[in-house]
Design a protein around this ligand. Structure first.
Ligand SMILES: Cc1ncc(COP(=O)(O)O)c(C=O)c1O
Length: 401
């Protein structure tokens, strides 16, 4: 017998009761016509906002030509996007995926294969950091190390050693003869917008060089212009050996990439890794269109300018409402507001003001606006944040009076 109340979808998401019908720039519009300022941007995915004309046009044009061919054939858009990533980063080699977790899987496999072909197959362990989030596949939940994501899924995938965030002594102690690499987000997104200080990233680079380890950066959330540089690690001046990218590079189309130096990728030879959908012509057309804008003249400077405007506005709100927002952190347009009340209450209060945000660890509320946000739109968001802070700071006694 069928249960009339049964829902067809897995119950894995605690969804808000909102149904959006369309998006226009930084706005999302519900079925009933209510407009919301989207400062969640699909959790750092809609880097160019919604319905960006260049992306829409590119996708339509490509859809009329060719959607998919297997990676057993040449895909010109893939070569072009790969070359542009190589030209604009530390990398010499790129592998395209459909998601962040798959980009991380490729990064982990690349690091292990590197030591394998170097004659050190015993070096397969990867050091990660508490509070990390690298995805939801079996290997990436092991890398992230969070009990809530590991529980009930059988033995944790072997080969990940986690150390406390920012604890240099513990990090050094964790390095052993089996260690292959260190994996880190330059800014922990899910973990609560916790930045790795630039000098710590430089120290990590040196440690990897001294110990013969590969440095893997997870820039799935922090990359592709989000911090006002093409990739967040550029602020520190270091270069990784391997890097996972996704989210913003597709602007809303599922697309990820694993980037590596030629040396780090030397074990990834024909047949050792693969994907059916990764790098297909539709995804490549959109990825190239996203880069047309993000690498265009003045774009990253625009992100830096809006980020500074937001930072100053938020600092002022936090100063005036310390009982609601105790701290503002992050870099560029990856911003965290540490909430005094449970962060779910702040997210809800902001949603009541028709501003969409997203929670994170450490009781933080994340602001991840589209990178095309204008100063007027940022000002509008600040007005809504202030209104929510004002409402939350009014004592319950006064509210009911
Ligand atoms: C830093 C980081 N790494 C990896 C992932 C996983 O990406 P995906 O959900 O596309 O698999 C995420 C997603 O939130 C992320 O923020």
């Amino acid at each position: 017998m069928t249960d009339a109340n049964a829902q067809p979808l897995y119950d894995t998401f605690a969804r808000a009761d909102l149904r959006f019908e369309r998006g226009e720039g930084v706005w999302l519009v519900t079925e009933s016509g209510d407009r919301y300022l989207d400062f969640a941007a699909g959790i750092a995915v809609n880097s160019l906002g919604h319905s960006h004309p260049h992306l829409v046009e590119t996708l339509k044009t490509q859809a009329e030509k060719l959607w998919h061919v297997s990676n057993v054939y040449e895909i010109p858009g893939q070569k072009r996007l790969g070359q542009r990533l190589v030209d604009n980063t530390f990398a010499d080699k790129v592998f395209f995926t459909n998601s962040g977790a798959e980009a991380l899987e490729c990064a982990i496999k690349t690091a292990r294969r590197y030591h394998y072909v170097n004659g050190s197959p015993e070096r397969f362990r990867i050091i990660t950091f508490e509070g990390a989030f690298h995805g939801r596949t079996l290997a990436t939940i092991a890398a992230g190390g969070q009990v809530k994501y590991l529980e009930g899924f059988g033995p944790k995938v072997e080969g990940f050693d986690q150390v406390p965030f920012g604890d240099e002594k513990a990090l050094k102690a964790a390095i052993g003869p089996e260690t292959a690499a260190i994996l880190i987000e330059p800014i922990q997104g899910e973990g609560g917008v916790r930045s790795v200080p630039d000098e710590d990233l430089r120290a990590l680079r040196k440690l990897c060089d001294d110990e013969g380890l590969l440095l893997i950066l997870d820039e799935v959330q922090s990359g592709v212009g989000r911090t006002g540089k093409f990739f967040a690690h550029e602020w520190s001046g270091i270069q990784p050996d391997i890097m996972a990218v996704a989210k913003g590079i597709g602007g809303g189309f599922p697309l990820g990439a694993c980037l590596a130096t030629a040396e780090a990728a030397k074990g990834m030879t024909a047949g050792v890794h693969g994907t059916t959908f990764g790098g297909n012509p539709l995804a490549m057309a959109v990825g190239n269109a996203v880069l047309d804008i993000i690498l265009g003249e003045g774009f990253l400077e625009h992100v830096q300018k809006i980020a500074l405007f937001m930072k100053q506005g938020l600092a002022s709100i936090s100063d005036r409402y310390p009982g609601v927002i105790s701290e503002v952190r992050g870099r560029g347009l990856l911003v965290g507001m540490k909430s005094v009340l449970p962060n779910t209450a702040l997210v809800q209060a902001l949603r009541d003001e028709h501003l969409l945000t997203v929670g994170a660890g450490d009781n933080v509320v994340r602001l991840l606006p589209p990178l095309v946000t204008t100063e007027d739109e940022a000002r509008d968001a600040l007005t809504r944040i202030e209104a929510a802070a004002e409402r939350l700071s009014v004592p319950a006694r006064q509210k009911s009076a």
